[in-house]
Ligand binder design. Structure first.
Ligand code: MG
Length: 160
């Protein structure tokens, strides 16, 4: 078993759809980013890459590369998963926490779990997504942006 953790944060301000864990979330503003700003998937990618000893998302998908402008972060996740599969690594379970004062994320969590379970090739009961606020403290509490934290456990010897 290999464990990995990932952390990401993006600020609000972009005139784009808010997408979290691959799910469009109705809100009056989106997250600024080179990609689609899916902070939850970015944290997850970093956790996966970390567990596999493969560095970080910025190394694999530099934000200076026009190829990744406005890209659907699920595509980045699929590439990370392909790198893991090449090394015989599979996801045992994943646990994510999204920190946002608003919008309310609870209604969207079941959809997020379904999306991530599909992308991670693992059963839905091995994927956990949590949402919390910071009681109006800090940048997330002031509604300046959203942060996400992910922890994953990988199994070695899968496939191949
Ligand atoms: Mg990011």
């Amino acid at each position: 078993m290999l464990i990995g953790q990932g952390i990401d944060a993006h600020r609000f301000g972009a005139a784009r759809l808010l997408v979290l864990a691959g799910v469009p979330v109705p809100h009056d503003q989106g997250l600024e980013a080179h990609s689609d700003g899916d902070v939850a998937i970015h944290a997850l990618c970093d956790a996966l890459l970390g567990a596999a000893g493969l560095g970080d998302i910025g190394r694999h998908f530099p934000d200076t590369d026009a190829a990744y402008a406005d890209i659907d972060s699920r595509i980045l996740l699929s590439r990370v998963m392909a790198s893991l599969a090449e090394r015989g690594l599979a996801v045992h379970n994943a646990d994510l926490t999204i920190v946002a004062q608003r919008p309310k994320l609870a209604p969207h969590i079941p959809d997020m779990v379904q999306v991530l379970a599909s992308d991670l090739n693992c059963p839905a009961d091995r994927v956990n997504v949590k949402a919390t606020t910071t009681e109006r403290m800090g940048f997330t509490g002031r509604g300046e942006g959203i942060a996400a934290f992910a922890v994953v456990l990988l199994q070695e010897g899968a496939g191949n």
